[in-house]
Write a protein that binds this ligand. Structure first.
Ligand SMILES: [Zn+2]
Length: 428
């Protein structure tokens, strides 16, 4: 039996993962958790999301086989690798009560829902929800033999269904700790980052910023990594205000599952895309410190490295017209612009700089330019020469072909950091 829930937090407060721990606390006496509870991020570009657009799915059953410690909620919480299925309608009352107590119903963007399913909905609903837009009806059509409840405009049902339908073809883990105060020791975060090699996005060295505390209470911090067991070691290194409970979630964070390869003419608003193109216009800075350029593949689209991407903008500024790049990012509307998450520079063009005007073959003096692109003329003899006769030098480019990414301070939950890109298979 799967329990899915979404959209219980508000723009400022709460966390759907905390509501998940409340459900586990209440139901663990009766049933076991199979696998890890799941934190599933969905399309980051939709405008009506609350904050991180993360939904929860938990698999309950009667566990058997290997068990492992996955959290602490007043007592150690274990999960089983395997389990016999159950379907218990009494869960409805329990989950309903917890959601109604914890959800921020007054926030106009908060539209909670939960669903209890015997069987998993099809994977395609997740795939659509992470890459584009799913309607409430589409989500409800996926449900067979299940019970659910929606609140307010009911949009939370989309994430609830999509979270259950996720299959972790690629996955990472996040250990989330909860408490009443939010203090964290910076040095200990740096120490943890250096010692726990399979964790990522803990600390932004360029911007000197702790990255594991982006959210509000009751969350103290969330540590992300490849290896669930190393997260427990990482937690012991981090010094913080008292951790009252913690839980490890299996997640689709840092998987790039939101991205899809597209030709520019096929790009739709709110998607996240991978586009190969030729730089069509040299990047330039606009007001607010954003860097904008455009790429061409038969059609043209603008690409942006916005101010929050900090030092990444220095890389983007070095692009020149004619460079071949692959851009990864979310699509903003009006005008359609790709908000770059990372970029692969495939090929750099040679850039020339004029260092000397042509010399007059008759009198040996330097000729003078007749205006940009109009050639040269000797002021003494009147002899003309075209542009190519000047002497040019190749400018040394400051960037090399390869991948570049935004600093982790600007990273989106779903974006795969380059640290995870070894053995990288491009998404088709
Ligand atoms: Zn001359």
């Amino acid at each position: 039996m799967w329990v899915g829930l979404d959209d219980t937090d508000s723009l400022a407060k709460g966390c759907t993962t905390y509501v998940a721990t409340e459900i586990i606390k209440e139901t663990i006496k009766k049933y076991d958790i199979i696998g890890y509870p799941r934190l599933v991020r969905l399309n980051p570009n939709i405008p009506w999301k609350t904050r991180g657009n993360g939904a929860i799915a938990i698999h309950f059953g009667k566990g058997y086989g290997k068990k492992r410690e996955i959290g602490y909620i007043g007592k150690k919480i274990f999960s089983y690798e395997k389990g016999r299925d159950i379907f218990d309608k009494s869960f409805f009352k329990v989950v309903k009560k917890i959601i109604e107590k914890n959800a921020y119903m007054n926030d106009k963007k908060t539209n909670p829902a939960f669903v209890i399913c015997k069987n998993k909905p099809t994977y395609k609903i997740y795939k659509k929800a992470v890459r584009s837009i799913v309607s409430i009806d589409e989500a409800l059509n996926e449900l067979k033999k299940c019970i659910y409840k929606t609140y307010k405009n009911g949009r939370g049902i989309i994430g609830s269904v999509a979270a259950i339908s996720w299959k972790p073809y690629d996955r990472t883990y996040e250990l989330i700790s909860y408490g009443n105060e939010k203090y964290i020791d910076e040095e200990s975060v740096i120490k943890m980052d250096k010692e726990c090699k399979t964790t990522f996005d803990n600390y932004d060295y360029e911007n000197k910023h702790i990255q594991i505390t982006p959210r509000s209470l009751p969350v103290i911090y969330g540590i992300r990594g490849e290896d669930a067991d190393e997260l427990k070691k990482a937690m012991k290194i981090v010094k913080s205000s008292p951790v009252k409970r913690w839980m490890i979630f299996e997640t689709n964070q840092a998987t790039d599952e939101h991205l899809q390869k597209k030709k520019i003419e096929d790009i739709k608003p709110y998607e996240s895309v991978i586009v190969k193109g030729v730089v069509n216009k040299k990047p330039n800075a606009i007001r607010g410190g954003h860097i904008i350029f455009s790429i061409y593949d038969g059609s043209i689209i603008d690409c942006a490295a916005y101010e929050p991407t900090k030092g990444f903008r220095k890389i983007i500024k070095e692009l020149e017209k004619g460079d071949v790049v692959v851009v990864y990012g979310g699509v903003r509307t009006e005008p359609l612009t790709i908000n770059i998450e990372k970029i692969k520079v495939m090929k750099l063009v040679k850039v020339y700089k004029k260092v000397e005007n042509p010399i007059c073959p008759k009198c040996g003096k330097h000729m003078k330019s007749m205006g940009k692109g109009k050639g040269y003329r000797c002021p003494e003899c009147g002899i003309k020469a075209d542009e190519k006769k000047a002497r040019y030098e190749v400018i040394k480019r400051k960037i090399k072909p390869g991948y570049y990414e935004v600093p982790c301070v600007a990273r989106r939950h779903l974006s795969k950091p380059l640290k995870r890109m070894k053995g990288y298979i491009e998404i088709i």
